[in-house]
Each structure stands twice: as C-alpha cells, then as structure tokens.
Design a binder for this molecule. Sequence first.
Ligand code: HEM
Length: 207
Amino acid sequence: MTPVPSDSALHRQLRQATKRPHHVLDHHPLLAPLLRPDLTLAQYGNALAALHGIGQAAEVGILAFLAQHPQPFDYQARLKVWALEADLAALGRQPLGLAADFPVPQNVGGLIGVLYVMEGATQGGLMIARLLQALPIAPLPTAHFSVYGSTAAQKWAEFLQFADEQATPEVLDTAVVTAIGVFDAITCHLDACLKQLGADVSVCEPA
Ligand code: HEM
C-alpha cells in the first residue's frame, strides 16, 4: 500500500488557498441540505443533478489532457460520472447542464489543480455518504458519494504522491490558481442551477 505522504508543502498550500471557497461551497443552498437530518428526496436529487455538469466537465478535461500528455497516474479507475448517473436514474432525475466555464488543464499544474478539487471532493463525499445512510429517508442511492469504497484513502494518498512528484514552484503556482478557479466555477455553476430550479438568486455570468 502506498504510504500517505506527510503533510507536503503542495498539499498545505492547496488546502490553505481553497479553504474559503470550500467553505462557500459546503454552505451553498444546493449542497448544505445534504448535511441536514430533514433532507428531502427532491433536495438530494437537486444536488446530484447540479453536480453532474461539473463532474462531466472535469472528467472530459482530465481525460483529454492525459490522452495528449500521458502521466504516471491511472485516471480510469477514478471515473465517477457513471456513479452519479446511476444515482440520478435511481431517483428518476435528469442532470442539469453545465452553466459556467470550467477550467480545462493545459499543463501538469492545471491537471493537479483540477484533480485536487475533484479527488478532494471524494474525501468529503465519504462523510456525506455516511450521513445519508443514517437519514429517515434512507436507503438512498449513494454510488456517487461513496464511489471509491474502501480504496478512498489509498486513492487520495496516491494522488497526493503523484502531485508531490511533479511539484516544481511553477507547477505549484499553476495548481493553486487552477484549484481556486475550479472552486469558483463550481459555485458559479451551482448558482445558475439554483436559478434554473426556480430560486430567486442573482448569479455570476454563465458561460
Ligand atoms: C462540489 C462540492 C465540493 C468540492 C469540490 C469539495 C472539495 C473538497 C476538497 C478539495 C477537499 C480536500 C481538502 C484537503 O486538502 O484535505 C475536501 C475535503 C472535505 N470536504 Fe469537501 N468539497 C465539496 C463539498 C463538500 C460538502 C457539501 C461538504 C459537507 C460539509 C464537504 C465536506 C468536506 C470534508 C468534511 C472534507 C475533509 C475530509 C477528510 O479530511 O477526510 N465538502 N473537499
């Protein structure tokens, strides 16, 4: 088993730089209900329908970059959109389309920035899956939030190790800027989804 890297400078900087935008996301009106004991099926479906556009844009961008610039990093085992689609189908819901510009990796720093956000989200997803399974409305389809199953810690460690091995100062700078851009794009997209779902909110400019 790959050892979990110590709290590397790269990981510290990525976590620190995205602390505030992560806080904004986990308090977003589309995602915050996931943590509440009175979560409804409609709220759960809304959250998954909105997350689909982001997951798909990230997956397409990552796969396109890796096809052009192969890296010692296995992404095939990390595909997640299939799980989101299985959950949506089980709920009888359709995905909402992507409603913001989503950063596409142009270099290894950009790849690490996008991967940090999307792979990191699976860590928070584990906690969400545990809460969902204990709700009065359980059982819920939770393939997406528990997509890595028992390999989640190992996959996170392997991502951090890959990122550490690439981390020149330039790569790190690009990764941090990209990760912040990904968080901002997700917030913008979720705001637009909220509006599509009928909420009276002002949103950032959609793509
Ligand atoms: C699309 C939405 C989200 C994204 C992109 C996202 C992203 C991330 C990232 C990048 C990390 C890794 C932080 C690190 O470096 O250690 C993380 C961890 C975490 N997130 Fe989120 N997150 C999202 C939604 C949420 C929500 C709604 C919650 C619920 C409150 C949440 C709770 C957590 C928790 C508890 C951790 C720490 C997990 C651990 O240390 O085991 N996240 N998330």
